[in-house]
Design a protein around this ligand. Structure first.
Ligand code: F6P
Length: 539
C-alpha cells in the first residue's frame, strides 16, 4: 500500500484481474464481432441490458460479453470499489489533494437521511422559497433572469433549463452569460430592461475572472439604466461559498454552499437557483429525488446489476484495453442539446488526470474525449466519420420514449433514426451487398466494384442506448447522477483524484501575468511565438 492509495486499494494496473483482463482481451476481446455475438447468444439483449431508476440501458451492442463483465467485476472488487463508493457517500475526505469531502449526494438526500442534512435543507428551503417568490411575482418586477457564472456555475443550469422546457414558467425569460468575451453579455443585455432584470452572480469562489468581469459589466449597465438611488440589491443575487466577497460587491441576498460541493457537481445546490426559478420548487425537488434514487441504486445494487458501475467498467475496458480515446454522446431529444457540453466538464475535468493519488504518472489512458450533439443534427455532420472513419468511437445514444411536444409523427421519426444509427454502426454493410444496390447519386463513369468499396461500412462499431420513459425533472436528475457515479467508478479504478482540477490553474496564472503586458507590449522573456502573437494582437 502506498501513502495515498485509498483504503489500501491497489491501482487497477497492479491487480491480478488486470493481467487476467489483458489475457481475455487478447483471446476474446479484441476480435469480438457484435454480429456473431448476437448470433451465438440470441438472448444477448436480455443478458446485457440493465434497469436502473428512470433509466433502462441496452449495453448489448458493446464489444464485451458476460465473461468480460466477470473479469471487470473482479477488477472492481480487487480495487475495493464498494468500500471506496461507501467512503464517498459517507463524506470521507476522498478529495485528498484539497483535503475535502465530496458530498454532492448529500444535497439530494431527503431531509434527515444524509450527512449534514440540517445545513443542506436550510439552504435548500431558503433558495426554493426565493425561487417561488420570483415566479409568483413574474412580470413585476422581473421578466428576465440572467445567470452569470462559468464552468460548474453555468453548465448545469444552462443544460437543465432547456431540458425541462415543458415545465418552464412562461412569464419569465432565462439567459446565461459565461464567456469573458464581452459579446456574450452585450448580446444578452441588448434586449433587457434593468428594472425587470434579476441577475444571479453564481461563483463558488467569487473570484473567477470571467464571472467577475461580467458581474461588473452587469452592475454598470444596471446603474446607467436606472435612476439614482434605485434599489440595486433587489436585482443582484449571489450564489457562492465566499459570502464576504459577495457582500463587498454590494449583494445583500446570498445563498451559500460548501467547499465539499465541487463546481461540476453543484447544480443540486443553490447553483441550481436558475433551474428552481424556471421550473419551481416542486419540480426542483423532483429532480433531486430522481438523483437520490440513482444514488440509492449506486449504493445498494449488486455490482453486476449496478448501472453506473457497469458503465464505468465499460469505460475502463474501452479506454485501456480497446484503446478507444473518445466517446460520443447522442441524445435524441432537443431538450438535451447542451448535455454533451455539461458532460465534458463533468467527465474531462474530473478524470483528465495523468498522475495517481501518489503523484506517480499513470501508464494508461484516463478520461476519453467526450463530445456530441443532439440527434438527428449530428447525423448530418460527423456521423459519417463514426460510420466509416478510421477510428472506432463508441456512441452513447439517449432515447426518450415520450415526446415533449404534440407532433407524434416527428417523435416516431426521431426514435426510428436513433435505432437506425446504432443498428447501422453495428451491422455495417459489405462491399458485396453494396454492389447489388443502386446508388442514384453515384457517377455512371465510376467503376462499380470500386464504388462498392466506398459504399461499404465496416460495422462492429459499438454503442450503448439509454432509454428514458420521458424527460422529466425526476428522470433528468437520475440521468445526471448516473453520469456522476460512472465518472467516479472509472476514476476510482484508475487511482486518480476525480475531484480536483489543478489543470486549469496554469492558464489562469499565465493570463494574469500577460494582462499587464497587453498594455505595455513588453515581450521580454516570453517565448517567440507568444511574443509574436502578443505584438500582432496589440499593434
Ligand atoms: O474551470 C475551473 C473552475 O474552477 C471549475 O471547476 C468551476 O466550475 C469554474 O472554474 C467556476 O468556478 P467558480 O464557481 O468559483 O466561479
Amino acid at each position: 500500500m502506498t501513502a495515498n492509495s485509498p483504503m489500501g486499494a491497489p491501482r487497477c494496473d497492479r491487480t491480478a484481474a488486470w493481467s487476467a483482463l489483458q489475457g481475455h482481451f487478447e483471446a476474446h476481446g479484441r476480435d469480438l464481432d457484435l454480429r456473431e455475438a448476437f448470433t451465438r447468444d440470441p438472448a444477448r439483449f436480455a443478458h446485457l441490458s440493465l434497469e436502473a431508476p428512470e433509466v433502462f440501458a441496452d449495453l448489448s451492442k458493446n464489444r464485451w460479453d458476460l465473461a468480460t463483465q466477470r473479469f471487470l467485476l473482479e477488477l472492481a472488487r480487487e480495487c475495493r470499489l464498494e468500500a471506496r463508493r461507501d467512503a464517498l457517500l459517507a463524506g470521507a475526505r476522498i478529495n485528498a489533494t484539497e483535503g475535502r469531502a465530496v458530498l454532492h449526494t448529500a444535497l439530494r438526500a431527503p431531509r434527515g437521511a444524509g450527512p449534514l442534512s440540517d445545513e443542506v435543507h436550510a439552504v435548500l428551503d431558503a433558495f426554493l422559497a426565493f425561487a417561488d417568490q420570483v415566479r409568483a411575482s413574474a412580470g413585476a418586477p422581473y421578466t428576465d433572469i440572467v445567470n452569470i457564472g462559468i464552468g460548474g456555475s453555468d453548465l448545469g443550469p444552462q443544460m437543465a433549463v432547456p431540458a425541462l422546457e415543458p415545465y418552464l414558467h412562461r412569464g419569465l425569460r432565462y439567459h446565461f452569460v459565461s464567456n469573458v468575451d464581452g459579446s456574450d453579455i452585450t448580446a444578452v443585455l441588448r434586449g433587457l430592461k434593468p428594472q425587470h432584470t434579476l441577475f444571479i452572480i453564481a461563483s463558488k469562489t467569487f473570484t473567477t475572472q470571467e464571472t467577475m468581469a461580467n458581474a461588473h459589466a452587469a452592475r454598470a449597465w444596471f446603474d446607467a439604466g436606472m435612476p439614482a438611488g434605485a434599489d440595486r440589491a433587489k436585482h443582484f443575487i449571489g450564489v457562492t461559498t465566499n459570502l464576504k466577497a459577495a457582500a463587498e460587491f454590494g449583494i445583500t441576498t446570498t445563498f451559500g454552499f460548501w467547499d465539499w460541493v465541487g463546481g461540476r457537481y453543484s447544480l443540486w445546490s443553490a447553483i441550481g437557483l436558475p433551474i428552481a426559478i424556471a421550473v419551481g420548487s416542486e419540480h426542483f425537488r423532483a429532480m433531486l429525488a430522481g438523483a437520490h434514487a440513482m444514488d440509492r441504486h449506486f449504493a445498494e445494487a449488486p455490482l453486476e446489476k449496478n448501472l453506473p458501475v457497469q458503465l464505468g467498467l465499460l469505460d475502463v475496458w474501452y479506454r485501456n484495453f480497446h484503446g478507444f480515446g473518445s466517446r460520443s454522446v447522442a441524445p435524441y431529444h432537443q431538450g438535451l442539446k447542451r448535455f454533451a457540453a455539461y458532460l465534458q466538464q463533468l467527465e474531462m475535468e474530473s478524470n483528465g488526470k495523468c498522475v495517481d493519488m501518489d503523484g506517480q504518472a499513470v501508464p494508461f489512458g484516463t478520461s476519453p474525449v467526450v463530445w456530441g450533439e443532439a440527434g438527428t443534427n449530428g447525423q448530418h455532420a460527423y456521423f459519417q466519420m463514426l460510420h466509416q472513419g478510421t477510428d472506432v468511437i463508441p456512441v452513447e445514444f439517449i432515447a426518450v420514449k415520450r415526446a415533449a411536444h404534440d407532433l407524434p409523427d416527428q417523435q416516431t421519426k426521431l426514435l426510428a433514426n436513433c435505432l437506425a444509427q446504432s443498428q447501422a454502426l453495428m451491422l455495417g454493410k459489405t462491399a458485396a451487398a453494396a454492389a447489388t444496390e443502386m446508388a442514384p447519386t453515384a457517377s455512371p463513369d465510376f467503376d462499380r466494384a470500386r464504388l462498392a468499396q466506398h459504399r461499404s461500412f465496416p460495422g462492429n462499431r459499438p454503442s450503448t442506448t439509454l432509454v428514458l420513459e420521458a424527460l422529466t425533472p425526476r428522470s433528468l436528475g437520475a440521468l445526471i447522477a448516473l453520469y456522476e457515479h460512472r465518472v467516479f467508478v472509472s476514476g476510482a479504478l484508475w487511482g486518480i483524484n476525480s475531484f480536483d482540477q489543478w489543470g486549469v490553474e496554469l492558464g489562469k496564472a499565465l493570463c494574469n501575468a500577460l494582462l499587464p503586458r497587453m498594455d505595455s507590449r513588453d515581450v521580454s522573456g516570453l517565448d517567440g511565438s507568444t511574443a509574436g502573437l502578443l505584438q500582432r494582437l496589440t499593434s
